[in-house]
Write a protein that binds this ligand. Structure first.
Ligand code: BG6
Length: 520
């Protein structure tokens, strides 16, 4: 695209100003009747098509148990798209062209004959590449991964020896197991008939523009790059706040809790990007090597450390927007005496040269006052000898805040002299807003991720060793919680920033949480 292209045109492109090279290929979605397919995957593929990012030709095949025709499935998807599309109204003409490439294959995951049918369908598409370049999206329960993979192999659609000049890839989503042993088993299942390089594990946080920018920001700006270490940074706060409760997902949440649902993946991924060393190149493996090193450098948490460094929380009934929200224990499918955490805060140390002694505070929770995710880099204070007396507690240390969502942007906070005859100082702020600078550019993470998987770039996907190392950390924390019910200091009212115990965690070191603000 060039400067003369209209703004609208550029805004619809998931990779501004650049077209990814993607081979003609077929995308097969297992679990085609599920929510993920209609809410996220099909809208993402439709938008990629609108932005002319899908290859020519391409095919999408939905594989699921229910009996239905191609026409019926397309109609269902259209209905969902009308509801969930990020651009409205849906362009009828483009949808017509797009959906002519969408097919349905009825079958049970455990039925070998269904895979033979799938193989035949792919073979009937008329273009050799559509039969040979295959992306299998497993939007199924992880308990079905092993079977699907084995059956695909049996039908000759997936193998460790990809036929010359073609590719076969698997895309999966969390949960990647529920602890280290189950994650290892899952990874072993996935790589029985495929190499690790054929497996693309999604963490949708890595599809977020602002999360990707962490790396670019750090390593392309010398003024920050030079300060990004223990000498200049006092501590780091990573907050992923959610204003919603667990809603209808009580059953799932009882099994997962905030630590498996959010920390094992999203928070530890953000932490890796914030703390990693510069990679030797921008290749997927170089970047992932550095990320995994960060996870490996996290100081192990023994039982006693968990007590001192990790806080759980659970919401009780409280007001949000003037409305009373139920406590977690009153949510559907939740035990009335459940000790499952809807909030976690932790203090981690990275035992490596760059970060030795610098605390990294991570927190996430449901029913907090605001849905907002931020990384806050709190710099060290200057000596207070000169201004403290004049400025009192107004003198604050510098902070750089990377606002990941919403109101995406970056703010730098520093002190400025209040105009006038006094020597008073006050914190002021410089702010960069993505919207103001680049316009409202809001592609869904799935658009970017699907495109990357189709083009074979694994940078934004989680490698096996990252998953397993992250589980090691989470498992040690969960071990520390075993047999310990929540204490009174670990409950918080819905609509507040978490339990008192979480404030205490920071207060030990003279720190305090800096809560994200509604408008940046
Ligand atoms: C998901 C979790 O992975 O991430 C949800 O399962 C959570 O519980 C969601 O709400 C948050 O994602 P986002 O993109 O809204 O920050």
């Amino acid at each position: 695209m060039n400067e003369n292209d209209s703004l609208d045109e550029r805004m619809t492109s998931p990779v501004m100003g650049e077209k990814k090279s993607v081979d003609p290929s077929s995308i097969v979605i297992f679990g085609a009747s599920g929510d993920l397919t209609s809410r996220k995957l099909i809208p993402a593929l439709y938008h990629l098509f609108c932005a002319e990012q899908l290859p020519t030709p391409f095919r999408i095949v939905g594989f699921a148990r229910r009996e239905k025709s191609d026409i019926e499935w397309r109609a269902e998807l259209k209905e969902a798209l009308d509801k969930f599309s990020r651009t409205k109204p849906v362009d009828e003409k483009l949808w017509e062209t797009f959906s002519a490439n969408v097919f349905y294959c009825q079958g049970d995951f455990s039925d070998s004959k269904a895979y033979v049918k799938l193989e035949k369908m792919l073979g009937s598409f008329g273009n050799e590449a559509l039969r040979r370049n295959l992306l299998f999206y497993l939007a199924t329960s992880p308990s079905q991964f092993a079977q699907v993979v084995e059956e695909l192999h049996g039908a000759g659609l997936l193998s460790l020896e990809e036929p010359e000049g073609s590719w076969q890839r698997i895309v999966v989503e969390k949960p990647f197991g529920h602890d280290l042993p189950s994650a290892r088993k899952l990874n072993a299942d996935l790589t029985r008939f495929a190499h690790e390089r054929q497996v693309f594990r999604i963490d949708h946080y890595l599809g977020k523009e602002t999360v990707q920018n962490i790396l670019m920001f750090r390593f392309s700006n010398s003024i920050f790059e030079e300060l990004w270490n223990r000498q200049s940074i006092d501590h780091v706060q990573i907050t992923v706040g959610e204003r919603l409760g667990v809603g209808g997902r009580g059953g799932y949440y009882e099994e997962a809790g905030a630590i498996r649902d959010m920390v094992q993946n999203h928070l530890l991924q953000v932490l890796s990007l914030v703390a990693m060393e510069p990679p030797v190149s921008l290749d997927a493996e170089a970047i992932r090597d550095e990320k995994v090193k960060v996870l490996k450098s996290i100081r192990p948490l023994g039982k006693g450390d968990v007590e001192k460094q990790v806080v759980r929380g659970q919401y009780f009934a409280g007001m949000i927007d003037g409305q009373l929200r139920p406590g977690y224990r009153q949510e559907e499918k939740v035990k009335t005496d459940s000790d499952v955490e809807t909030y976690v805060a932790m203090k981690l140390f990275l035992d490596n040269w760059r970060w030795s002694g610098t605390p990294f505070y991570l927190r996430t929770g449901k029913y907090l006052p605001l849905s907002a995710s931020e990384v806050r880099i709190q710099f060290r204070q200057t000596p207070t000898v000169l201004f403290a007396a004049k400025s009192g507690n107004q003198l604050d240390s510098n902070a750089l805040t990377l606002r990941l969502q919403p109101n995406e942007g970056i703010s730098l906070r520093f002190n400025g002299k209040v105009p006038g005859t006094s020597l008073k100082l006050r914190p002021v702020k410089m702010h960069f807003s993505y919207d103001t600078e680049f316009g409202a550019y809001t592609p869904e993470a799935y658009e970017r991720l699907l495109l990357e998987a189709m083009s074979g770039d694994a940078t934004l996907f989680i490698r096996r060793d990252e998953v397993e190392t992250a589980w090691g950390i989470v498992d040690s924390i969960r071990k520390g919680w075993e047999g310990k019910p929540l204490s009174n200091r670990e409950f918080y009212s819905a609509g507040t920033w978490g339990p008192v115990a979480s404030d205490d965690l920071l207060a030990q070191a003279g720190h305090r949480w800096r809560d994200p603000q509604p408008i940046q």
